[in-house]
Ligand binder design. Structure first.
Ligand code: GDP
Ligand code: IMO
Ligand code: MG
Length: 422
């Protein structure tokens, strides 16, 4: 493995954390390049569960450098909590962890604005994680954001933050929100800046030095293709480029240094938050929720569930240039007699074999399904492709063919060992 980008090929929560943790064994450096603590990546090491929000999932392996790249937005209070939480569980975070000095900072007014805007939108809300992600990326694009280099400089922090609080208190008031105290925010962020300063570096230069030294890099995507600000179901998206291109802009590693793209997808579909989900199905949701599965790692919300949508994953393969597929949660379908896969959409007389760009048009699409016979056998103990029931193998091969990328990994449980390299 040389340099690999790993992306979510659906609506997030595809099992990226688990697959990153498995692939980290073959990497030297793991880089987060987009999103913020809206992400929740679950990794099990034995019985111990870890949920990572900002820190790359590679942190759970020894002697791996974990980097938060410039494309990420960082809530420093959340990051300090995450570091301390992991330390309590015995995870060492020292020289193996670096934060970009040009990553943007999420402040309490971003979170407040996120929440207020959702309330104002009423039934048209996005269903955000309320982590302030949209407003923070908004400030970055408007060129008024503070970066980590500002956070760790008490003078710059004071000067810039006082102006931003004054402006944002006005906006918050107009939206019916409460103004924030500069003194309190400054004190909290100053302390977080002092804590984080030893981890801060010019990560672009660092990553290039590592590459020159022959390091193998793994780029950990957050969210998923259809939550991408450009390629997702706008406006029901997050505010960053979660797709493969984001790995370059969000880290400073150029496209010609990327060797392959791994697309992670569930053997079915889930989404958390609002927006179109063509294959959504109440019976599948009930089945998975009944098994205690598909509750959000960050917000605890029940995820909406549906059949596998190959129109969507084919589109994801196209936009990301997916070479290899990691298909997770195969075991979630173990009990089903019949399994459906969406192969096209119908809207009135129109038949679509691609994802329409307009979220309203997509919401009006009805899936065209093909059916597969279920294997009705537990798969969670299988450790080789051959050990899977023939019908499960046929299903995996079919969704790989329909998506148009190589079948690389099949995952049959949350554990490290429940991973089949095909
Ligand atoms: P991420 O955001 O893409 O990292 O995914 P999440 O961690 O939010 O959600 C994926 C969930 O599926 C987590 O609870 C994982 O532990 C779990 N998971 C991942 N792969 C498998 C699998 O193959 N089978 C089962 N049963 N659970 C899995
Ligand atoms: P990981 O990395 C699933 C969704 C939210 C909402 C929309 C916008 O764990 O896959 P935001 O707070 O980003 O402004 O919310 O995006 N969302 C996710 N859904 N997994 C995630 O991350 C998500 N991050 C954001 O639910 O619909
Ligand atoms: Mg998640």
């Amino acid at each position: 493995m040389a340099n690999t980008i790993l992306v979510g090929a659906q609506w997030g929560d595809e099992g990226k954390g688990k697959i990153i943790d498995v692939l980290t064994e073959q990497a030297d450096v793991v880089v987060r390049y987009a999103g913020g603590n809206n992400a929740g990546h679950t990794v099990y090491v034995g019985k111990q569960k870890y949920v990572l929000h900002l820190i790359p999932s590679g942190i759970l392996r020894k002697n791996k450098l974990c980097v938060i790249g410039n494309g990420v937005v960082i809530d420093p209070i959340g990051l300090v909590e995450e570091i301390n939480g992991l330390a309590k569980l015995g995870v060492k975070i020292a020289k193996n962890f670096v934060v970009s000095e040009t990553a943007h900072v999420v402040f309490p007014y971003h979170r407040e604005l996120d929440a207020r805007r959702e309330t104002v939108k009423g039934k048209n809300k996005i269903g955000t994680t309320k982590r302030g992600i949209g407003p923070a990326y908004g400030d970055k694009a408007a060129r008024v954001g503070l970066r980590i280099s500002d956070l760790v400089d008490p003078v710059l922090l004071k000067e810039k933050l006082s102006k931003r609080i004054a402006e944002n208190n006005g906006v918050l008031k107009a939206l019916g929100g409460k103004p924030l105290s500069f003194k309190k925010v400054y004190a909290d962020y100053l302390a977080a800046g002092v804590f984080l300063k030893p981890f801060v570096a010019n990560t672009v230069v660092l990553l290039h030095q590592k590459m020159q030294g022959g390091a193998r890099m793994l780029f950990e995507g957050a969210q998923g293709t259809f939550l991408d600000i450009d390629h997702g179901t706008y406006p029901f998206v997050t505010s960053s480029n979660t797709t493969a291109g984001g790995a370059c802009t969000g880290s400073g590693v150029p496209p010609h240094r990327m060797d392959r793209v791994v697309g992670v997808m569930k053997a079915y579909t889930t989404r958390v938050g609002e927006g179109p989900l063509p294959t959504e199905n109440a019976a599948i949701s009930d089945l998975l929720h009944g098994m205690g599965r598909e509750f959000g790692s960050t917000t605890g919300r029940a995820r909406r569930c549906g059949w596998f949508d190959s129109v969507a994953t084919r589109h994801a393969a196209m936009v990301n240039g997916i070479d290899d597929l990691a298909i997770t949660n195969l075991d979630g379908l173990d009990t089903l007699e019949t399994i459906r896969v969406c192969v096209a959409y119908r809207r009135g007389k129109e038949l679509y074999d691609f994802m329409p760009n307009d979220a309203q048009v997509l919401a009006e699409c009805v899936p065209v399904y093909v059916e597969f016979e279920g294997w009705q056998t537990p798969t969670d103990k299988a450790r080789t492709f051959k050990a899977l029931p023939p019908k499960a193998r046929a299903y995996l091969k079919a969704i790989s063919e329909l998506t148009g990328a190589r079948l690389y990994i099949a995952s049959v449980g949350p554990g490290r060992d429940q991973t089949i390299f095909v």
